[in-house]
Design a binder for this molecule. Structure first.
Ligand code: SF4
Length: 214
């Protein structure tokens, strides 16, 4: 695990991320808050691209919990069967939609606790929805962010909750909102798992990773 970077270094890292992409965006297809929750829940142990392929058609038919209930579990299963764990995920989408209709007037609640009470929605999914839809500076740590946080020293931690805390504690307030996407995109396209592309990395001189590639 790398040593925690200093405030000034972290500030410089995020200044560079910001200069390179001022408004970073997530890559999961969605058309409203409800479809975002469904898409993020479906993306567990699946790639965004794989989820998007399935949801383009699904969300044309069902972009509200009411329409998803009308489609039914079998209909949902049929649309998402190219995604891993699709049977369980289809069950959860239907259960979640039922709760949204019965308890939240068909709207997506905006607290972490209420989001996490929905079937198939864990801490990470709740934080993605809070960040992307409600513009709350929540940090959702996935495999990419965990790796980048630890390699660079931006947010070292032994588990995802520790990395989440480190980002919240260490990243200057003005960068908190977009930190999630900057770090995910950096991990997905540059600081990749097997062979990071260090020679094209815009924070190479600031990163603490000892095994940088040439
Ligand atoms: S220098 Fe290499 S290890 Fe460090 S952040 Fe960049 S790509 Fe990742």
């Amino acid at each position: 695990m790398a040593k925690q970077l200093s405030y000034n270094t972290i500030h410089e890292v995020f200044t560079r991320f910001q200069n390179s992409e001022a408004e970073p965006k997530g890559e999961l297809h969605h058309v409203n808050a409800y479809t975002l929750v469904v898409a993020v829940a479906l993306s567990a142990q699946a790639t965004d691209a794989g989820v998007n392929k399935a949801t383009h058609k699904l969300f044309e038919i069902a972009d509200t919990p009411e329409k998803m209930l009308a489609l039914g579990e079998e209909g949902v299963t049929e649309h998402i069967k190219t995604i891993g764990l699709f049977r369980q995920k289809a069950k959860n989408v239907i259960k979640m939609s039922r709760i949204l209709v019965d308890e939240y007037d068909g709207q997506v609640p905006s607290s972490r606790a209420a989001l996490r009470s929905l079937p198939g929605v864990g801490r990470k999914t709740a934080n993605v929805v809070l960040n992307m839809w409600f513009k709350h500076p929540a940090q959702a740590v996935d495999t990419h962010i965990f790796r980048v946080g630890n390699r660079t020293g931006l947010a070292p931690g032994k588990d995802v909750v520790a990395v989440e805390r480190a980002i919240e504690d260490q990243v200057p307030a003005e960068f908190q909102q977009h930190a999630h996407h900057w770090l995910i995109l950096h991990g997905r396209y540059t600081c990749v798992a097997r062979k990071p592309i260090c020679n094209a990395c815009l924070i190479r001189d600031l990163c603490q990773f000892e095994d940088k590639t040439e």
